[in-house]
Design a protein around this ligand. Structure first.
Ligand SMILES: Nc1ncnc2c1ncn2[C@@H]1O[C@H](COP(=O)(O)OP(=O)(O)OP(=O)(O)O)[C@@H](O)[C@H]1O
Length: 845
């Protein structure tokens, strides 16, 4: 048997694929050369068309940049044309690899070629497209048609290309008659899938448009309205499906592009891992973020113990934050004296209550209410000062006192008294009669003086502070009394977990609290101060625009083949001079040049057209509140696996998570096939899952590898050295794949130090580089990722580290696409002592 066929047989042990192997063999394992050539011709024609389209779009882009009509209207039009052509070029670029990957031969005659983008036949408007976008309805049968339900398709062909060359064809005949006449030519589509899932990992997730499976396609194309929960075991393609759904929705509902799609993932490493998938599909109106990244201006880098994050994530924190705000509006507990004009003004508690009641009588937030409160208190203080003035210059009957000349005009003594009482000097100049001192405009001036007084301002700031969410939380966490008052529902011990000195930055679990606080506080007074800085910002923006313009020139002129006219070249090559960065910047001055994703990232109040949440089981109740605010339409796709929940604040029930926000108005879709983890490894994970919850069923693996996972015991003291040696051996034995060593949180630093000595290329740390061949991760870091080979060190410590230890170990066990080894100090944990993971002989150690 030929080597390739043996390789193929390796992957065809599994029953589901034995038939496709047999079919391949019965075809003689031969590809028809003439078929290959025909497809090559067609694919070459498609690439040529793409090249033409790209040239056209680049030429138009250059044209847009050369226009210099300075009217606002022209600038707006230019901006929109610029965005359109830039996006078009990006889409065409993104489609370069695997432009065309399928063909459907229809029972009714005719055929569709399926690819990454749609290409129309310009020469004949009525003709079928030359290439059908994978998201178009006409492409759907490519993913869902079966022999039993062929959807009008006679033959489905997978076309594999490499660098514009067709290298393989796989046909599936979906018509039983054709199957007979074709002499047993049968179902071979799975070969492309198996080739994809068996391919070596690169540290970057790939798109799966060429091999999407029916259950995945159904989810991707399902209605975008409402909340869709996609539950599936490890490796079932939840992340892949979520990302392809984003691409599908943006293609199908173009207006979504204006508001963008938010994709939320568990950490920065994961976001980098999936970061290429959507741009690779030509979609850019997507913001990838963690929950911690969704509060502009705050970088949530602070590390804190899981127990602290768990308390911060509880739904009860809604009340705590609200109470913390209310406490900042509490009466002072007695009269307040405010120095003014050499004497003290006095604010009774009752006065405070009255002002506060007025301030809070409408639907206003703390900082808006403050403005009303300040107005009320200033009115009150103004009256007090006025009364004092009157007491100085009026007699008991309200008549002016004799100023010394018997005419009722203020005398020197009166003026001195008024000045001492804080009455402004300039008002006294033209005054003849005390009563006239206190008309409306005088009172307004008097009020203005009060408002400007430093003492009055200090008192007001204490009575009703203008608060940023940061200050509210810092004050709250720094003061046990404030915490006790705001969080009576927490135990003493839980409150002490929240205590910390001000400063030191913010943690991811703080971000939903900051967001919650902002909702109650509203804009603080610093917004006004910020406006004063607007001038400086405008200048900075202008600099940014100029830098941008320079970038535009570089991109459009330097790196792209543009549609040059005769003699244009010299001109365009000096376009920076011709247009000038300044001039170009000006053209972009009125309308923003930032992408939807950039604008959304900078704006806390931005609401997205659709929100996708990955590893959604990990999110706390507070994080859900934040996300729901970002998506008032509740058009959401939530993907996760409640059996993989590791975060103490996470959930084991979608119902519990969603009920407060959407009641029972959500749909559940399930993914059942595991594309990542081979059956041998999944058997180990299944034992653990049964221990976790006998009701849970692991997903069915799509393949076997014929390789059993193994475990190896080490003396506890030797574990680091043994791990280093095993890692080095494993890395050397499979030098073309990615290897991950998954370790307990608490041992990362210690084990990394020893393993690095043996494997210097090891990546580890807060945000490790997944493209390195060998990486050491905690379970939390490994969540959502996958590697060709995985070593797990000290599983007992992973189990013991948290109440969700079994979930964590389940995650660790299901990261490998090929090989799994487990290194345990002393005897193995009971969960791993079964026959599915045999102990390695001493010779392998
Ligand atoms: N239809 C498919 N064709 C090819 N590869 C696929 C397909 N579906 C899934 N895969 C691959 O299977 C692997 C697992 O997919 P993915 O990471 O999306 O699973 P997941 O359900 O999110 O896993 P986990 O819950 O463990 O994070 C990925 O490499 C993905 O590309």
């Amino acid at each position: 048997m030929k080597k390739e066929l043996r390789w193929f047989a390796d992957f065809c042990y599994f029953d589901k694929f034995r038939s496709s192997y047999n079919n391949y063999i019965s075809r003689g394992g031969q590809l028809s050369n003439s078929e290959l050539e025909l497809e090559q011709e067609y694919v070459a024609m498609l690439y040529q068309r793409v090249d033409e389209l790209r040239e056209q779009a680049s030429g138009r882009l250059t044209g847009v940049l050369r226009e210099n009509d300075g009217t606002r209207q022209a600038r707006v039009e230019r901006e929109s044309a610029f965005a359109r052509y830039t996006e078009r070029v990006a889409r065409l670029d993104a489609a370069e690899n695997g432009l065309c990957f399928g063909r459907l031969d229809l029972r009714a005659g005719g055929r569709h070629y399926i690819g990454r983008i749609g290409i129309l036949d310009d020469s004949d408007e009525d003709a079928d497209p030359l290439l059908v976008d994978w998201r178009a309805p006409a492409a759907r049968p490519f993913y869902v048609a079966t022999a039993a339900a062929p959807e009008g398709v006679r033959r489905r062909r997978h076309i594999t290309t490499r660098h514009r060359r067709v290298v393989d064809l796989d046909d599936e005949i979906l018509d039983s008659e054709a199957l007979d006449t074709a002499g047993g030519e049968g179902l071979i589509g799975e070969a492309a899938l198996l080739a994809a899932v068996n391919a070596g990992r690169t540290g970057r997730m790939r798109d799966i448009v060429e091999t999407l499976q029916a259950e995945q396609d159904e989810i991707i194309r399902s209605d975008h309205r409402g909340v869709l929960v996609v539950q599936g075991g490890p490796g079932t393609g939840k992340t892949a499906v979520a990302l392809h759904r984003a691409a599908y929705l943006l293609y199908t509902h173009r207006r979504l592009a204006g508001r963008g799609v938010l994709v939320v993932g568990p950490n920065a490493t994961f976001l980098r891992y999936i970061g290429q998938v959507l741009p690779g599909l030509g979609e850019t109106n997507v913001l990838l973020s963690t929950v911690g990244g969704l509060f502009p201006g705050v970088e949530a880098r602070r590390a804190e113990p899981p127990a602290v994050a768990e308390v911060k994530g509880r739904a009860l924190m809604v009340e705590v934050v609200a109470a913390a705000v209310r406490d900042r509006q509490a009466p002072p507990g007695g009269p307040v004296e405010i120095p003014y004009g050499g004497e003290a003004l006095r604010l009774e508690e009752e006065d405070y209550r009255r002002a506060a009641a007025v301030a809070l009588s409408g639907p206003v937030l703390h900082n808006q209410a403050r403005r009303i409160f300040v107005r009320e208190v200033l009115d009150l203080l103004t009256r007090q000062v006025a009364e004092r003035i009157e007491a100085v210059v009026l007699d008991d009957g309200g008549r002016p006192l004799d100023g010394g000349d018997g005419q009722g005009v203020l005398g020197e003594a009166d003026v001195r008294a008024l000045l001492a009482a804080g009455y402004p000097e300039d008002l006294l100049d033209s005054t003849e009669e005390a009563r006239s001192l206190l008309d409306e405009s005088d009172l307004a001036d008097l009020r203005g003086e009060l408002a400007a007084s430093a003492d009055v301002r200090t008192a007001l700031a204490e009575l009703w502070p203008s608060l940023t969410p940061q200050r509210l939380l810092e004050d709250l966490f720094a003061d046990p009394r404030r915490l006790a008052s705001a969080a009576p529902g927490l135990t003493e011990e839980e409150r002490s977990l929240l205590l910390r000195a001000p400063g030191g930055g913010w943690s991811p679990a703080d971000v939903p609290l900051l967001d919650e606080a902002t909702e109650l506080l509203g804009e603080d007074d610093r917004a006004a101060a910020a406006q004063a800085k607007a001038g400086a910002r405008a200048a900075a923006e202008r600099r940014e625009q100029i830098a941008y313009a320079r970038g535009v020139l570089d991109i459009t002129i330097g790196s792209r083949s543009v549609d040059l006219q005769e003699g244009d070249e010299a001109e365009i090559l000096t376009a920076a001079d011709l247009l000038g960065e300044e001039a170009l910047a000006e053209r972009h001055e009125v309308v923003t040049h930032r992408t939807v994703a950039e604008r959304a990232a900078a704006d806390r109040t931005w609401t997205f057209g659709h929100v996708i949440v990955d590893e959604a089981q990990e999110l706390s109740a507070m994080a859900w509140r934040l996300l729901m605010r970002r998506c008032p339409s509740r058009s959401m796709t939530i993907v996760g696996d409640v059996a993989q929940t590791g975060d103490a604040a996470g959930t084991s029930s979608w119902e519990r998570v969603l009920r407060p926000h959407v009641g029972d108005r959500w749909r559940l879709a399930q993914l059942t096939v595991n594309y990542r983890t081979p059956a041998e490894i999944m058997a180990v994970a299944a034992d653990l899952l049964a221990a976790l919850d006998p009701g849970l069923r692991p997903p069915r693996s799509v393949r076997e590898t014929g390789r059993s996972p193994w475990r190896l015991a080490a003396a506890p003291a030797d574990l680091p050295e043994v791990l280093a040696e095993v890692t080095a051996r494993e890395a050397a034995a499979h030098d073309d794949g990615r290897l991950a060593v998954i370790v307990p949180d608490a041992r990362l630093a210690e084990l990394a130090a020893v393993v690095t000595a043996a494997v210097p290329e090891l990546a580890y740390g807060a945000d490790p580089d997944l493209e390195r061949r060998v990486v050491m991760l905690t379970v939390r870091q490994a969540k959502g990722l996958e590697f060709d080979s995985v070593l797990i060190a000290d599983p007992a410590a992973i189990l013991a580290a948290s109440p969700r230890g079994r979930n964590d170990l389940y995650v660790a066990l299901t990261r490998a696409t090929q090989r799994l080894g487990i290194l345990h100090p002393g005897p193995p944990p009971a969960e791993l002592a079964g026959p599915s993971v045999p102990e390695l002989g001493a010779d392998r150690a």
